[in-house]
Design a binder for this molecule. Structure first.
Ligand code: MSP
Length: 496
């Protein structure tokens, strides 16, 4: 599975973190299922936009990208992102893959020289037709537009309309969620125009293998990262071992390139299209997409200093249904943290440890094999799994949280804190410990450090991420006699 590769003209912000955290949680979920996961992210380093940003900072493009790319990999490390690879489009393996893909499409006759006059938006690295431009408050066009006739190589996308529609008809669930997929099908049905795949006006890019006066258009270059990372273009490797990708996670703004251009390029080159795309909305800030010009950029690393890493990861995953837009506010972050983490999960872990200390000598007890919580746990697992499968982290976490809520309810009904120590209390606490064991596994993709802390506090040995589903979610595995510890509050309440 892949994230988009991020432009290095800006430092990582909340919008980048959003897609990357979702990818990470999905990758972790699949590892729990025992799947052999390769999770890829990286940086998109060629093109006019980067060249201009480099000029503005008085550096060569290479120096500039070398200075920004590590900011992305470092940010991902701090956010506990478990990417297996990090690709930079300035790497030799990437250049080799782009040359190979270009050559294949050229040999297939789908790339031809032609002339074209178009309006080019540097910010989008994209040509637009007049009717596609939007006018700003003063009647001006919103994007910086460059109007110039140029001779370019074109990819004959117009030939692919039927082939793409056929392919999607055979793979009806490839794009999730469905409403975003329908938008992509709409783009194809509205007619496909050939697109230019080369530039002569800049040299910060990858030369076309058959005509080195041109460099590859940045999207042709960027998309190929997904193949480069699995060894395409390197004769010593068999890229089909890890291709086609299961998921490209993308934002709604790059659907045309990923769901229309990319599969057409692959079909032309005789490479299988990816199995799936998961298309997210934007995480807005103050109702607008984050950008330097709007001055509403939120730095994810500042947020983890304020609310903790897992508090932040949880918010990103739980607060917005994937595919829809969300709006980031500090109040929203705190309110979700307090309700789901401090009051629900944190409270459950603390009260279980307190009661076990007082009523069970601090040692875990066996769950009731017939506990009503067993059925709740089974349903919670099934629904959690189904929602991760649909790439709906917020719904998956809600399903996991249903077990936390039911366990708090079970304790409140039985009030073990009021009862005398004995077999009844032992069973109730055994149920709660068993529920926490299952919760720790199921929530580990979202909040891995907390999951491990819960795991250790209830006395489970080893690493929670080494558990394997579905077996580990079956009711009744908590081993009595383990030392239960309370520790500091997992999520101290934050005052609003
Ligand atoms: N470099 C291209 C992608 C090439 S992939 C072969 C690019 N880079 S980007 O850095 O501008 O954005 C990458 C992704 O981050 C986009 O899918 C975009 O939607 C996502 N996000 C950027 N800002 C975002 C938000 N504010 N919210 C959610 N996602 C956002 O496009």
């Amino acid at each position: 599975m892949t994230t988009p590769i991020y432009y290095v003209n800006a430092e990582p912000h909340l919008g980048h973190a959003y897609t990357t955290i979702i990818g990470d949680a999905l990758a972790r979920w699949h590892r729990l299922l025992g799947d052999d996961v390769t999770f890829l992210t990286g940086t998109d380093e060629h093109g006019l936009k980067i060249q201009q940003a480099a000029e503005a900072s008085g550096m060569t493009p290479q120096e500039f990208t070398d200075s920004i790319a590590p900011k992305f990999s470092n940010a991902w490390e701090r956010l506990n992102i478990t990417n297996d690879d990090f690709i930079r489009t300035t790497e030799p393996r990437h250049k080799a893959a782009v040359a190979e893909l270009l050559q294949r499409c050229y040999d297939a006759g789908d790339i031809e020289l032609d002339t074209f006059a178009g309006k080019y938006c540097v910010a989008c690295e994209e040509y637009y037709q007049d009717e596609e431009l939007v006018s700003g408050p003063n009647g001006d066009d919103l994007c910086p537009i460059h109007q110039r006739p140029v001779e370019n190589y074109f990819f004959r996308l117009s030939r692919f309309e039927d082939r793409l529609l056929d392919w999607y008809a055979k793979h009806p669930t490839a794009m999730k969620p469905e409403h975003r997929g329908n938008e992509a099908i709409g783009l194809i049905k509205s007619g496909l125009r050939d697109f230019s795949i080369s530039r002569t006006s800049l040299d910060w890019g990858i030369p076309l293998p058959w005509d080195d006066k041109h460099v590859a258009y940045v999207w042709f270059d960027a998309l190929t990262n997904y193949l480069a990372a699995v060894g395409f273009g390197d004769e010593s490797q068999d890229y089909t071992e890890r291709w086609p990708a299961d998921y490209h996670l993308i934002g709604k703004d790059i659907v045309r390139q990923h769901c229309v251009y990319w599969p057409a390029m692959l079909l032309s080159a005789g490479v299988e299209p990816p199995k799936g795309w998961a298309i997210g909305g934007w995480l807005l800030s103050g109702g607008e997409k984050m950008s330097k010009t709007s001055g509403n950029v939120v730095n994810p690393l500042d947020l983890i200093d304020d609310i903790g890493l897992d508090g932040f990861r949880y918010y990103v995953l739980a607060d917005t249904a994937y595919g829809n837009d969300g709006d980031f506010t500090w109040e929203g972050l705190v309110s979700r943290y307090n309700s789901d983490l401090a009051n629900n999960l944190g409270n459950l872990a603390a009260r279980v440890a307190t009661v076990v200390a007082k009523k069970c000598d601090g040692l875990g007890t066996a769950p009731n094999p017939d506990s009503p919580l067993g059925a709740v746990a089974a349903t919670a697992f099934e629904q959690t799994a189904a929602q991760w499968d649909e790439v709906q982290p917020s719904k998956a976490l809600d399903a996991t949280w249903s077990l936390i809520r039911a366990t708090n309810g079970h304790l409140e009904t039985n009030e073990p804190w009021k009862a005398e120590p004995g077999p009844d209390v032992d069973l109730v606490m055994g149920d709660a410990l068993e529920a926490l064991r299952i919760v720790a596994i199921l929530c580990s993709p979202a909040i891995p450090d907390t999951a491990q802390a819960v795991w250790e506090r209830i006395g489970m040995p080893g690493k929670v991420i080494d558990q394997r589903l579905p077996d580990a979610a079956t009711w009744g595995q908590y081993a009595p006699g383990a030392i239960v510890t309370k520790g500091d509050a997992l999520f101290p309440r934050i005052k609003t």
